[in-house]
Ligand binder design. Structure first.
Ligand code: GDP
Ligand code: MG
Length: 178
């Protein structure tokens, strides 16, 4: 849940879900450390990082970020991380349609078992690989619109839209469920 500590301080528990290899850990490392490591390690189980940002209206927001492993053998653990989360970031790789289908699986799971007011983001990562794109913006936007999510394309490699993704997760109103 988003916790309002006082009018100028929020705390948001956020979970990243999505297939293995789509770039979840790279997105988090880009956001938290400002770095991209192309040889980053596969996440085992889940990892936790936090980062505090200040919004334009000077509200300070502390993100408590759970970065999950995408592998099938950890799927049963996912509810431990998304239960009680205020925001869920569902990531796919724009060059890999199978990962877009996997994202849809996670969205259904969140709709069934997640917090009903959870803010959901659909994230097409690896936007720097435009020439290898296999999932169009239109199909992703249409899917996001019909599932009460906001849609954004990011590149952990170039940092494009990474901060914007997290900032948008604080705007609960734009991601109301249908
Ligand atoms: P995770 O399993 O979802 O956590 O994926 P990782 O963050 O471990 O990234 C998987 C692979 O994708 C790594 O080889 C990264 O270097 C690569 N990768 C991650 N984000 C991007 C991106 O935005 N652009 C490109 N070109 N590669 C990326
Ligand atoms: Mg990972």
């Amino acid at each position: 849940q988003t916790e309002v500590l006082d009018s100028k301080n929020l705390r948001i528990k956020l979970v990243l879900l999505g297939d293995s290899g789509v770039g979840k850990s790279c997105i988090v490392l880009r956001f938290v450390r400002g770095q991209f490591d192309p040889s980053s390690k596969v996440t085992v189980g889940a990892s936790f990082l936090s980062q505090t940002i200040t919004l334009k209206d000077s509200t300070s927001v502390k993100f408590e970020i759970w970065d999950t492993a995408g592998q099938e053998r950890y799927a049963s653990l996912a509810p431990l991380y998304y239960r009680g989360a205020a925001a869920a970031v569902v990531v796919y790789d724009i060059t890999n349609p199978e990962t877009f289908l996997k994202a849809q699986f996670w969205v259904k799971e969140l709709q069934k078992h997640g917090n009903p007011d959870i803010v959901m983001a659909l994230v097409g990562n690896k936007a720097d690989l435009e020439y290898q794109r296999e999932v169009t913006r239109e199909e992703a936007q249409t899917y996001a619109d019909s599932n009460g999510m906001f849609y954004i394309e990011t590149s952990a490699k170039t940092s494009d839209n990474v901060n914007q993704l997290f900032e948008q997760c604080t705007e609960g109103d734009i991601a109301k469920k249908p």
